[in-house]
Ligand binder design. Sequence first.
Ligand SMILES: [Zn+2]
Length: 265
Amino acid sequence: MKLTQENYFSPEADREYLSVSQYKKFVGTMGRVGCEAEAMACLNGEWAMKKTTSLLVGSYVDAHFEGTLDLFKAQNPDIFTKQGTLKAEYRRAEEVINRIERDDYFMLHMQGEKQVIMTGELFGAEWKIKMDSYFPDTLIVDLKCMKSLREANWVKDSGYMNFITYWGYDLQGAIYQKIVEINTGKKLPVKIAAASKEEYPDIAVIQVEQSLMDAALAEVESNVPKILALKNGEIEPLRCEMCDYCKHTRVLTHSIWTEDLLGEV
Ligand SMILES: [Zn+2]
């Protein structure tokens, strides 16, 4: 199928193409455990991931810089109160936008081509990507709206991590860089233009080290065969037993011990 802005996020497109967000649903990141059962249920149309407020605030900011905020507001009436004013979280999003627009260097990075879609074959899978701000032959920029930019996230056995590695944005950069290279022959640097949702929004333009993206890409390569086998129905998906989907579909067959409640913490 030919991908457009309208069908990019459709279940059909997700079944035909692999994407970074779909990959993360299957495999997870340091910050979130993946769940094969949930990912497959999404693809089969049996389950939809909840649109969290945090996610919607990010989409609100994205939509502003994409020039599609009016459409976004029309499609998400829940962001308004009964009185028709923006809910507090989205007023905060407005403040984030204002903060970003006050910074020339940040804004320079938002001047690329918006929401550029590309596809390409990598590791035996057909991938789709959609770039926030793309400067052909020069640079790939992704816009991120985070709780905090400087917060250290604790990961067992690995220690503290910044938000980029914690949420797999290095992996996203690696895939975007590779698919662009497959399409254009040019290997471009990747930057994350990030803002926080704090009372005084923090801002930064962060270039992702090539070494991080190389390591992330190697990890993707090792995981893609299993994802393809799952999508083709060749193997049964594993349940994580922690996500909303697993909780919703859990069938009890026996009792557990108190010590089982915390699992491997
Ligand atoms: Zn699960």
